[in-house]
Design a protein. Structure first.
Length: 152
């Protein structure tokens, strides 16, 4: 077991291809079907629809946590932030990184005039559910889906 100490961290939006690629290892833990080769082109395509990556960079240049989100407007809920993905590398879990990203996004939502903050979480992700409930999220809907083909 290694000792891990952070003396400095920065929360940033990924803008360059290099910044996007540094987010891959953390995102890959949540989305293992993603490949390193396809990650930047896929994120760039998503960015055309408003997707953004927020990440934490530590003083040693590592990215222990990442969030993929978009600011959207819908008739039923107005302007809101939707968090597509929140991933913290297993080695760095329970150290407050996910909470820092959620807090940063909450502040962004307020600055952007959003009415609410939304996310979906797989029914099997009990630790994540406990975290979201601690952060004052409510379970407000059931999400229904039909899988048409495997993810690739």
């Amino acid at each position: 077991m290694s000792i891990f100490k952070i003396t400095f961290m920065k929360i940033e939006l990924a803008a360059t291809d290099e910044e996007i690629q540094t987010c891959f290892p953390a995102m890959h833990e949540l989305r293992p079907f993603l490949t390193a080769e396809d990650f930047v082109p896929r994120v760039r395509r998503l960015m055309k629809g408003g997707f953004q990556l927020v990440y934490i960079k530590t003083d040693d240049g590592k990215v222990p946590a990442v969030g993929g989100f978009r600011i959207v407007e819908m008739l039923h809920r107005g302007k809101s932030i939707y968090l597509d993905d929140l991933s913290t590398m297993e080695l760095h879990r329970n150290k407050g990184f996910g909470e820092k990203i959620i807090d940063w996004l909450m502040e962004l939502a307020k600055k952007e005039g959003c009415y609410s903050f939304h996310l979906d979480s797989g029914v099997q992700r009990f630790d994540a559910h406990r975290f979201y409930l601690r952060k004052k999220f409510n379970i407000t809907a059931h999400h229904f889906a039909v899988q048409l083909k495997p993810l690739e």
